[in-house]
Ligand binder design. Structure first.
Ligand code: ZN
Length: 119
């Protein structure tokens, strides 16, 4: 009887863990909203660095560059690297409003390296 109880508890615990694992997987694939500022990172080969700019007009005419979003909702200022298809990035680059915007996408990553995939 004792063994039966133990086995039942282990099975139940395993079932609970499986459910939370499935939930976490689902959460990683839902559409998230990041609210903050979109920053263009213009590379400078000479200095080997980048110049961060909050654009006030479309930046799709500029040489190819990366973007990050600084989440302004919290006190930490979480930074998200922006990735996506050419079409999705071009759509983002054609916008003029870059401050306090909502960006929808799929957020992945870990505590110190977040990525938002836009579509
Ligand atoms: Zn840009």
């Amino acid at each position: 009887m004792q063994n039966f109880l133990k086995t039942s508890l282990v099975v139940m615990l395993f079932a609970l863990l499986s459910v939370s694992a499935v939930q976490a997987e689902k959460d990683a694939h839902k559409d998230d909203i990041v609210q903050g500022n979109i920053i263009c990172l213009f590379p400078d080969v000479d200095s080997g660095s980048v110049t961060p700019v909050i654009a006030t007009s479309p930046c799709d005419g500029k040489p190819s560059h990366a973007h990050v979003i600084v989440d302004t909702r919290g006190e930490v200022g979480q930074v998200y690297a922006v990735e996506g298809t050419d079409e999705a990035i071009t759509r983002l680059e054609k916008t003029s409003k870059r401050k306090g915007v909502n960006v929808q996408g799929k957020v992945t990553g870990s505590q110190k390296a977040w990525v938002i995939t836009v579509d």
